[in-house]
Design a protein around this ligand. Structure first.
Ligand SMILES: O=c1ccn([C@@H]2O[C@H](COP(=O)(O)OP(=O)(O)O[C@H]3O[C@H](CO)[C@@H](O)[C@H](O)[C@H]3O)[C@@H](O)[C@H]2O)c(=O)[nH]1
Ligand SMILES: [Mn+2]
Length: 450
């Protein structure tokens, strides 16, 4: 819930900010926690804005051992308010915990089957009458898509595509921030940074996304597995920034909604063709047109029914979702493939790296997790080097050769295991068999050493 709360507290006009939470598990505990998070945000957001707090993730804020990041640290009113809000935060956590325990005891959660449950969408409602200083609140929407064992769910890309459709008919914001559930906003300014690029008339027409680096809060002191992924975020992405832009990195990016609509020219295309492309929802197709205004989030039962249709698992059958529209399904590293195809289609990206990390996440720090994640990433990447998406040949001929080589370096990186295996075996075998590997020490070197 800290991810949700920190996103709601972003420094952005609240009436334009809509936070959608995707719960693939369809768990009533998550739904309940979302309702509680919304209530807590009513207190938390005004507290953060009043005292200009930078760390707007409550867990990080209350567990930080550093001095407070507020300018009001010395004020007694601030300290009083801080104690009060901390009590509310503890109460919020306790409520969720006791709900979870009750559910575990009663075991009567009807939607607990992770792989088999109907869609469920709920817009968090504001029942409390605005207090003077509370101001407007961003919207929060809970989305749990339908899941059936007989239908492929396409993992994260499938979940994101449902969010794309549901949000299109509810808020239809032109820019979208994607954030993994194990990350949070560490600073409220990321949206403003991203909009500086998206609204820059020199680059905005072709700019698809602004990528922030992934930074982690739990990196161990020696970081023996390079959980920080330094080569990517301090070297490759910076280099690619001078070309068509960095690779889409799954989380911490602001993407333009239209860039995910595929190559079809929407204007002038007939309705049947649009439906073959985007699916049967008239409301969704209307949302693609300019000047679309939805019936707003509280658009009544008709809109809610439409969102259930858009979140159903049959919706994508015989459409271009996951093939040409939205996040692509052809790879386990959906982020790499989606970004690569965007670049092939003429879009560009930008790497934005302010000195204070805008997002912080949880890195894999033990060998087992590193191996599982590494196997998934590198097998997924390598697959994209040998199938039809091979970056050396796929895509338009005007794709810069250096961009192709950068992508190739990434997808063929797993081949690095071959020299590594040699390094791990040959010296040992040589040693056991008495074969000299290194040059013999000669008189000259001995003298030099003296
Ligand atoms: O069926 C699924 C599986 C995953 N997720 C979400 O996907 C995100 C990433 O999953 P995680 O388990 O944290 O995977 P990581 O290996 O840490 O993810 C990295 O690698 C992925 C694949 O390249 C990228 O999508 C991620 O953004 C990137 O952080 C999380 O928010 C999950 O909730 C779903 O919604 N549905
Ligand atoms: Mn993760």
């Amino acid at each position: 819930m800290n991810t949700v709360i920190s996103a709601m507290a972003l420094d952005y006009p609240p009436e334009k900010l809509y936070v959608y939470l995707s719960d693939d598990g369809g768990s009533s505990v998550t739904l309940h926690a979302t309702r509680e998070a919304f209530k807590f945000s009513r207190l938390w957001i005004p507290f953060c804005t009043r005292y200009r707090i930078k760390t707007r993730c409550p867990k990080a804020f209350f567990s930080s051992s550093d001095d407070d990041d507020s300018d009001f640290v010395r004020s007694s009113v601030y300290m009083e308010d801080k104690t009060q809000i901390q009590e509310k935060y503890d109460a919020f956590k306790e409520k969720i915990e006791s709900f979870r325990e009750n559910m575990a005891i009663s075991r009567d959660d009807p939607a607990i089957n992770v792989k088999d449950h109907p869609p469920s969408i709920e817009v968090m409602q504001d029942n409390i009458i605005d207090e003077a200083d509370n101001g407007k609140m961003p919207h929060l929407v809970y989305v749990s898509r339908e899941k059936r064992p007989s239908h492929p769910h396409h993992f994260k890309a499938g979940a994101l595509n449902v969010l794309l459709r549901v949000s299109a008919v509810m808020s239809n914001s032109p820019y979208i921030l994607v954030l993994d559930c194990d990350m949070f906003c560490n600073d409220p300014s990321s949206a403003r940074y991203a909009m500086c690029f998206h609204l820059d008339p020199k680059i905005s027409s072709s700019l698809a996304f602004v990528q922030f680096p992934q930074k982690f809060y739990n990196v161990t002191k020696n970081d023996i597995y390079d959980s920080q992924l330094r080569s990517l975020f301090t070297l490759q992405w910076r280099g690619m920034n001078g070309l068509k832009g960095p690779v889409l990195s799954g989380t911490g990016f602001y993407i333009k909604r239209v860039s995910l609509c595929g190559n079809l020219t929407i204007k002038g295309t007939d309705l049947t063709q649009l439906k073959e492309y985007f699916g049967s929802s008239n409301e969704f197709i209307k949302s693609l047109m300019q000047n679309y205004t939805s019936d707003s989030v509280s658009g009544g039962n008709a809109l809610l029914e439409e969102t259930h249709l858009l979140a159903s698992c049959k919706y994508e059958i015989s459409t271009k979702w996951g093939q040409e529209v939205g996040f692509l399904y052809d790879s386990v590293v959906e982020d790499y493939l989606t970004g690569f195809i965007l670049h092939c289609n003429g879009w560009t990206s930008v790497f934005c790296e302010p000195s204070r990390p805008q997002f912080l996440g949880s890195a894999t720090t033990n060998l087992n997790d590193v191996l599982i994640q590494g196997t998934r990433w590198y097998s997924g990447l390598f697959e994209n080097g040998v199938n039809k998406y091979c970056p050396l040949i796929y895509g338009p001929s005007m794709m810069p050769i250096l961009q192709r080589l950068c992508n190739a370096e990434l997808v063929y990186f797993p081949l690095y295991c071959l020299p590594l295996w040699c390094f791990a075996t040959i010296p040992q075998l040589c040693l056991l068999n008495g074969i000299p590997l290194y040059p013999k020490v000669t008189a000259t070197t001995e003298m030099l050493e003296l």
